[in-house]
Design a protein around this ligand. Structure first.
Ligand SMILES: Cc1cc2nc3c(=O)[nH]c(=O)nc-3n(C[C@H](O)[C@H](O)[C@H](O)COP(=O)(O)O)c2cc1C
Ligand code: SF4
Ligand code: SF4
Length: 462
């Protein structure tokens, strides 16, 4: 069985599954249950000054009958006294010395306040800190959380203050509510952070009650924007984690990935894009601590099936696969193919191809007993993949790689061929007038035709 133990910025844990700072990590009672279930670490619910929460504080997004695809919250940091939290954190570390116990901190933007809270928190014996520069609601109105995380200079300054006194690793938790999360990560690094955690919640309004016209959650008739989390945010989180991992100036900066992780596959994806641990909040709020059993079994089996001895072998494995559009091979072709034996004749692929793409799927003549089977006209198919995405039968539509006709060519190469560097319309040499004249065979091969030039050349042979 593969070794699941991990290291994030020097914080060791027996597996990469951490509880993210939030409701599941707000007390010793819960953390005990979590560790007994098998979680490798916890980032304690953020501790700081006194807060008062509202009663209604969550809003769920259900999609087509699936519960909690997204979760909005207007909850603040821990509403338990800071000394109670510290005493329980110390106890948790004592009872579970092999687990990662990280303390999330947020205090007002004063050097002295940060020094004091860090020194006091270190006495708990915790393994590291996570600086919460991410809460997009409530705390940000008090100039903390995202109000700090949206200003790289503040991130650098406060991280620097913490590093002046901290003797254990410091992670900076970044807000996604910023144009480019890399600027936050760069600032954290400049301030001396040992690693970053990404992402915190995304600013959102999850929906309205159409009877009362109140937002959800409604607090006595009024609402406020809140932080969005859960499976729906995973693609945004993956992108942000990968962009940090991909930035050469941030090379080697440890990342704890967060945002919508729910299954072992999600965990593997975060790790392949650069995270060495993965934090989970909403999925635990939905399914409880027992979820970790599925994560552990699934990830172990996956590593064994890949012949990998350690979960660390996953970290960053896909980072180099992320490229810019300009580097993608425009001449690599696939075509959709329907497996007639598994097609149930629902017609969904025909409808979407007709209304969104090139109308190249129809019913096959004389098909099997259930009546009808879809068939793709492969000469017209542009290989967009939409039909296979909507098909309700797994693997019924597959995308078949086509024999190469044209040499590999990407947009950057195409621009170079036309002779003017650049990518945008303003700077590019490729205009609709010039495009076909220069590279007519390529244009032809991509299925759109300029009558004046379409027949001017043969495809360039491989
Ligand atoms: C109800 C709730 C409360 C949260 N409280 C905190 C908090 O106190 N400190 C913090 O850093 N993040 C907090 N978060 C953010 C989570 O730690 C995490 O970054 C976010 O929920 C995305 O992960 P998920 O999709 O697994 O929930 C909270 C999230 C939720 C849903
Ligand atoms: S969507 Fe899938 S199952 Fe439905 S008709 Fe098309 S190929 Fe068949
Ligand atoms: S891949 Fe796109 S173009 Fe081809 S059949 Fe499917 S939907 Fe139509």
């Amino acid at each position: 069985m593969a070794d699941l133990s991990t290291d994030t910025a020097g914080i060791q844990s027996p597996n990469p599954f951490w509880i993210a700072s939030g409701p599941p990590g707000n007390s010793l009672r819960q953390v005990r249950l979590a560790f007994e279930a098998g979680w490798g670490g916890v980032v304690w619910k953020t501790v700081g000054g006194p807060v008062i929460d509202t009663a209604m504080r969550y809003g769920g997004l259900d999609v087509y009958g699936r519960k909690l695809v997204g979760l909005n919250n207007i909850e603040l940091i821990s509403d338990r006294p800071i000394e109670v939290n510290f005493a329980e954190i110390a106890q948790a570390k004592e009872e579970f010395p092999d687990r990662a116990v990280v303390v999330s901190l947020m205090v007002e933007t004063e050097r002295q306040a940060w020094h004091e809270v860090v020194k006091r928190a270190e006495q708990t014996g915790c393994d590291g800190f996570e600086l919460n520069f991410g809460c997009p609601h409530g705390m940000s109105e008090r100039n903390m959380g995202a109000a700090v995380g949206q200003v790289p200079e503040y991130i650098e300054m406060i991280t620097g203050w913490v590093k002046e006194v901290a003797t254990i690793p410091v992670l900076v938790k970044l807000t996604p509510n910023i144009t480019n999360i890399e600027s936050g990560a760069l600032a954290a690094k400049a301030g001396g952070a040992d690693g970053v955690s990404a992402i915190n919640t995304i600013n959102s309004i999850v929906g309205l009650d159409l009877d009362t016209w109140e937002t959800r959650p409604s607090v006595n008739g009024k609402g406020s924007h809140g932080g969005y989390a859960g499976p729906a945010v995973k693609p945004i989180a993956l992108h942000m984690v990968s962009s940090i991992a991909h930035n050469p100036e941030l090379a080697g900066l440890p990342i704890s990935g967060i945002g919508g992780a729910h299954t072992w596959q999600d965990v593997a994806e975060f790790m392949l894009l650069g995270a060495s641990t993965v934090q989970v909040c909403t999925a635990i709020m939905h399914h409880g601590f027992r979820l970790v059993g599925e994560l552990e079994t699934g990830l172990s089996n996956y590593l064994d099936s890949k012949g990998l001895a350690s979960v660390r072998d996953l970290v960053g494995g896909s980072v180099e696969r992320i490229s810019s559009f300009g580097d993608l091979d425009l001449n690599w072709q696939v075509r959709a193919k329907v497996d007639p034996d598994s097609c149930i004749g629902c017609g969904k692929c025909i409808e979407v191809c007709r209304d969104n793409q090139v109308d190249c799927i129809d019913w096959e003549n004389g098909t099997v007993n259930i009546g009808r089977v879809a068939k793709v006209d492969q000469h017209e198919c542009i290989g967009c993949d939409l039909c296979s995405i909507v098909c309700p039968v797994t693997d019924c539509i597959t995308m078949e790689e086509q024999p190469r006709v044209l040499q590999e060519l990407n947009w950057n190469g195409l621009n170079a061929k036309v002779g003017v560097p650049g990518f945008s319309d303003e700077t590019s040499g490729i205009t609709w007038e010039r495009f076909p004249a220069e590279v007519a065979p390529l244009v032809d091969s991509h299925g759109f035709h300029n009558p004046s030039t379409a027949d001017t050349g043969e495809p360039e042979p491989v």
